[in-house]
Design a protein around this ligand. Structure first.
Ligand code: ADP
Ligand code: MG
Length: 459
């Protein structure tokens, strides 16, 4: 019998990076299909979060492609299986592949194409409550809240653009939830432009276009269309979307569109659609600043009940800069690793896990670079910084330097002690703790020094 899950996995192996595949999907076992859900057994709870956030669509698509006889499953359900956790642990220590039990899911004939008109589930994980607002996303956030509080009244359409993994989909789902909270009977259609395209084509091929149009033009109070750039070059779908847009717009129905670029920059998009997109509110999301990145990590850690120290949060935030999804991924990978190895998430573990993305050693900052920059800022000699002098004029800059080295380079305490003229590691620890404390209390002098030195070093 053909094994549905195995075939889906084969498809996905080619679509994901080896690391992601091996980390997140290889350890998962398929229990079978119950009702419309595929039941997956996972090693621990982190897998549920990660897989549902990142691979739901991919998996469902792959399963649909692999072909289920009685329609494809529409959902994923997770069951934690501790035996799997042990297998993964064993595999890590022996690096021997764990045996793969056969999945029980049925395979069979393969109806091609997507299931029609799939229910558009909002992701319950994406709310305004757990969206961290910072300068990089303030405008998009404010516009989203305004729209969700009075859909169809202001900012119609709302167009949000920004790079991958910066929170567009999150905001869109948050709008959906808030609108439903105020108006539980509202029909909200949330979908990607890709699904819109697939449904449209399917409807044409299966003579269901009237139904399609009723659904999107009449049966819809709020249309949340994610990743509109997918329509690039798809003239017929653009035409259809244009009419959908007009129908909704003229009945004062709210439209929200996201894209990875500014309207004008979407490749091969009809001018009349671009001008529609620009006619309402256009808000951008930029990559978050370091403080926002730290706040996002902390929020995520709290939600996932991961114990994350400030030190590690800052370290991750320094290293992973451009993308929130990556930021969260790093945290979750770290949490999984810590759980598997049964050790705390500390700086050593973080540094070790992030080795691959840390700057190459030749170009990387050294302890001495930091020491020199600190000396430059405080107008000290390097020899003074490393001396035994305890006068505040020397000890304070020394503490700042130790803090920066620990924070940016993750160097161990004993090694830092050594590099600062043979100090005890406990001296370094208390220096780092002290500067951390000052920064937390928003001590202006310290914040300014850390900022300025960081800038000089190109952080
Ligand atoms: P995009 O749609 O822009 O590619 P997503 O909305 O999918 O990005 O966001 C990627 C991940 O990062 C999601 O898990 C989301 O919850 C998280 N995320 C992005 N921005 C924020 C933020 N400001 N606060 C909290 N989480 C965020
Ligand atoms: Mg998105």
């Amino acid at each position: 019998m053909i094994d549905l899950w195995e075939r889906a996995l084969d498809t996905l192996r080619g679509r994901l990076s080896t690391e992601n595949f091996e980390t997140w999907l290889a350890p998962v076992r398929c229990q079978g299909v119950e009702d419309d859900a595929v039941v997956l057994r996972i090693p621990n709870r982190f897998y549920a979060d990660w897989i549902s956030n990142h691979y739901t669509d991919l998996l469902l698509e792959a399963l649909a492609e692999a072909g289920g006889e009685d329609g494809s499953p529409q959902k994923l359900r997770f069951e934690v299986d501790e035996a799997l956790q042990e297998q993964v642990q064993a595999k890590r220590t022996e690096s021997k592949p764990a045996p793969r039990p056969k999945a029980r899911a049925n395979g069979g004939g393969a109806p091609k194409g997507p299931a029609p008109f799939r229910v558009s589930d909002l992701n319950p994980k994406y709310s305004f409550d757990n969206f961290v607002v910072g300068p990089s996303n303030q405008l998009a956030h404010a516009a989203s809240v305004a729209v969700a509080s009075a859909p169809g009244k202001r900012y119609n359409p709302l167009f949000i653009y920004g790079g991958v993994g910066l929170g567009k989909t999150h905001l869109m789902n948050a709008m959906g939830h808030l609108i439903l909270e105020d108006e539980p009977s509202a029909t909200i259609l949330y979908l990607s432009a890709e699904r819109f395209t697939n449904e449209f084509i399917w409807s044409l091929q299966n003579h269901r276009i009237d139904e399609f149009r009723r659904r999107y033009r009449e049966g819809c109070d709020v249309l949340l269309m994610d990743d509109i750039q997918f329509l690039a070059g798809r003239d017929q779908t653009q035409e259809e979307f244009f009419h959908t847009f007009n129908a909704l717009y003229h009945s004062d129905k709210q439209i929200v569109v996201t894209s990875d670029v500014y309207p004008q920059q979407i490749a091969e998009m009809e001018e009349r659609l671009i001008s529609r997109f620009q006619s309402g509110m256009v808000a951008d999301i930029q990559a978050p600043e370091v403080d926002t990145r730290v706040a996002i990590l902390k929020k995520k850690a709290e939600a996932e009940q991961i114990h994350l120290t400030d030190e590690v949060a800052h370290f991750i935030a320094q290293v992973v800069k451009s993308n929130v999804r990556e930021l969260e991924g790093t945290l979750l990978r770290l949490a999984v690793k810590a759980e598997l190895l049964a050790r705390p998430i500390d700086l050593d573990l973080a540094r070790d896990s992030l080795k691959a993305v840390l700057p190459a050693p030749e170009t990387a900052l050294t302890v001495e670079d930091i020491q020199r920059a600190v000396c430059g800022y405080f107008n000290l000699k390097l020899s003074e910084l490393k001396s035994k002098r305890r006068h505040r004029a020397v000890s304070y800059p020394r503490q700042v330097a130790m803090y920066l080295c620990r924070q940016r380079l993750g160097t161990s305490y004993p090694e830092l002690g050594e590099r600062f003229g043979g100090k005890d590691h406990t001296t370094v620890m208390s220096a780092v703790r002290k500067i951390n404390g000052l920064l937390e209390k928003e001590d202006e002098k310290t914040a300014r020094a850390v900022e300025a030195i960081g800038r000089k070093l190109g952080f």
